[in-house]
Design a protein around this ligand. Structure first.
Ligand SMILES: [Fe+2]
Length: 158
């Protein structure tokens, strides 16, 4: 997947985009917990990637297949992470909701997928995705965007 390529200077925050990018800038933050769902998981590597505003990942051979919007973070001592990016678009085929892929890797467990982030209000979110939201670990991956200073701010737990 993507964790294997993490940079040496990986931090607890990552800016995948800035106000120079086209699209709706947003900040997402959250907490990773241990399997008990209560104890924060420090030093956990998160890898994430998503499409651009037209629904594409890498379009040319010189761009990674996960596209330009990808990055890595380590959770801090409280299990917290945060990243800034633009809101992705659904794939051009318009069959799947817009999403952000995420994996987690801990000091003792290999990289694993977690639920993709989805965005409330997206007409492409399926009935099954709604039904399954929050079943794993009790955390709902369908996020409500809230307008704040300079962008959208969201909070999630994984
Ligand atoms: Fe995808």
């Amino acid at each position: 997947m993507g964790a294997i390529n993490f940079p040496a200077n990986v931090g607890t925050k990552f800016d995948l985009a800035s106000d120079k990018d086209k699209g709706e800038l947003m900040k997402i933050s959250g907490t990773v917990f241990q399997p008990d769902g209560k104890t924060p998981a420090a030093n956990t590597l998160i890898y994430l990637y998503h499409t651009d505003i037209e629904g594409y990942y890498g379009r040319t051979a010189d761009v990674h297949k996960h596209g330009r919007y990808r990055g890595w973070m380590l959770t801090n001592k409280d299990g917290r992470y945060a990243f800034v990016t633009i809101k992705p678009a659904p794939y051009p085929v318009q069959r799947f909701a817009a999403h952000i892929h995420m994996t987690v890797t801990t000091p003792t467990a290999r990289e694993d997928w977690i639920d993709s982030i989805l965005f409330e209000g997206d007409r492409l979110i399926s009935a099954r995705e709604r039904e399954e939201a929050g079943r794993r670990g009790g955390f709902n991956p369908i996020l409500n965007l809230k307008k704040g200073d300079g962008g959208c701010f969201m909070q999630r737990g994984i």
